[in-house]
Each structure stands twice: as structure tokens, then as C-alpha cells.
Design a protein around this ligand. Sequence first.
Ligand code: GLU
Length: 369
Amino acid sequence: MPRKDYLKSVRRVVVKIGSSSITENGRISEKRIETFVRDIAAVKSRGYEVIVVSSGAISAGAGEAKIALEHLAIPVKQALAAVGQTVLMNSYRHAMQQHGIMAGQILMTEDDVKNRRRFLNLRNTINALLKMNAVPVINENDSVAVQEIKVGDNDTLSVHVAHMAEAQLLILLSDVDGFYRDLSDDEPIDVVHKIDENIRAMAGGSGSRYGTGGMQTKINAADKVIKSGEMMVIASAAEKSVIERIVSGEKLGTLFIHPDDVTMPGRKRWISFNMNEKGSVTVDDGAYRALAEKKKSLLAIGVVSVEGSFSPGDAVSIIHNNRSIGKGVVNYSNEELNKIAGVRSDKIASVLGREYYDEVIHRDNLIVF
Ligand code: GLU
């Protein structure tokens, strides 16, 4: 299918831009931000809603403070982010004003993504900004986020933003102009439909075009995006009118899209991307087939063993043959599950004293990878 057809459904776009694409010689480049914003304004005037995830706070802060970026202690980086974020926003404000667009700054951390109430509040803020015709400009709140509560990189943060905003397309702009099959290719792969072992190896294995890190993060991002039925493009920020050309369906960079028309319901996306597993449940062959092929719920009879400490409502990973095959929200605690593992549903009441649910994990609360 031509790219144009895939991209027809896009109304809301999240565009992530990397630090190196908006800085020059260690300082924020007004010129580069203006070029980027001109592209955003063009896309907006065609009726698209645009959300920006912009890196560059720490680089901008280092430029402002005239400090070299290498070997800095974490509090110093956090301080530079505090200084640089205002420099960054100042540039966005100035550039957007020239097109009559308001910029709205949002800074978030991992906490805001994992906590349902904060997640929904942020969604409301983003929606309200878009309604005002403003462009949300989002970054990690580096000045408050210590390692434990950090998303850590803006490729991953932008997946959360795309999910939060229910955007149909995420564009990752950086100095990487696409995803290449191997070292010697001249052109990036046009369309990738599935993130398999092969693709992962190309992204970071030995002999691959990329070092570890950068591309692997982007491929993990693509995996999440396409599993939830949305699209992602990796393209070069240096390409002229890159956003406008991508949404128009031009063959630029690499498009990641699921081959089938899948849309993961919001509830499953939340479980899949925002809930941390508190333990795991190992299942037998019969249960594996019921889950993977027949899309059924997980019943106690198919549970072989239980690991970790969890309560009803927590997420656990589902293990079969030592491999994690899915994730779901349990109706029973680990203690209860230990007692009813292998037990038929109609016997749960007699084992536990009372029965809460027929299913250990209901299929509406379950994702099979
Ligand atoms: N939040 C960081 C910054 O603004 C960037 C993180 C990233 O680019 O992945 O400097």
C-alpha cells in the first residue's frame, strides 16, 4: 500500500526533535528552531494538530552557562536543564509568535505517566491546549526527575505523549535519517511492519549500522507504537519541510506500521505501557493456546506457578516455557493464586472460602505479545 493511504487517517501528530537538531556549536540555534516551527505552522494550516516533544534543555543550559557538557554531576545537569529549559522555550515562543501560534510548555516525569490520575490530567491539558490552537512543547522535567522516576530519554517519552494524546502518528526527527537494513545500503528501509529479532539485531547487533543505545530505543518505541495500532516515522530533521512531506505520504525516512488494522483499546494500552509488573504467573500449554490463539481469559486451572507479591488489580507478566508471552491485571493476590493454581473455576469457592471471579485474568485486561 502506498504511504499516502496509510497516512490518510492522521489528524494528530507528535513530533519529537533531538538536541543535536536544534543546537549548533553547543547553543540553541534560533535558525534551526525557526525552520522547524515553519514546518509545524505549515502542517497546522493544513488542519493537523501538532504536539512537540523537544530535547535540548541541558545543551541549551550548558551553552548559556558556558560549561562543557562532558562529565557533569547529576545536580549540575539538573541545574543546566533548569536554565536551559527557559532558553529553549523562549526560542519556541519567539519562533511560533511569527506564525501567530502559542507555545504551551509541559514538563513531565515517569510519575506523571504511571499514575492514572496525573496521566488523565495531562491528557486534559494537552487537549485544552490543542483546542486553543496552541502547540504543546513537552520535555522531561529533568530538574526534578532523579534516576528512579525518569523516563530517561525523549524517544520513549514521546511514545507516552503519543499514547496520552491519542495521536495517530509519531515522528522522530534527529540526525538519523531512517532505519537501514545493513551497513552498505544507500537508502533506509521504506516501511517496517513488525519489530522482530531480525530488526532488533539490525538496530544494535554487532555489524549493524548503529551503535547500541540510540537506535534500540527508537526500535523499542516503534514496537510500542505499532502494537497499539498507530504509526511512527524516523526521519532526518535536516530534510526540508520534513513534517509536511511525511504527513503528505512522501517516502521519507522509515515508516513503522502494523500490517493489520489493529487498534488497542485505551484500557489495554494503559496496562501494556503504563503499569509495572508486580510478579508473574506461569501457565501451561493449554492455557497458552487459549490465550494466544483463542483470545480467552486466563483461568486458574491453567496456572502452574506464581512468583512475586501482588494484590488484585496489579499487573503481572504471563510466562510460558520460560518466556514472557503477555501481561495482564490479576483478580487474585499471589497468596490466593498459589492456593487455586491448577484448580477448576467451579472449585475456587471451596478452596478459598469464597469466589470472587471465574477468571484469574479477564481477557479485557490481558495483552498477549
Ligand atoms: N530531556 C533532555 C533535555 O532536554 C533530553 C533527553 C533526550 O533527548 O532523550 O536535554
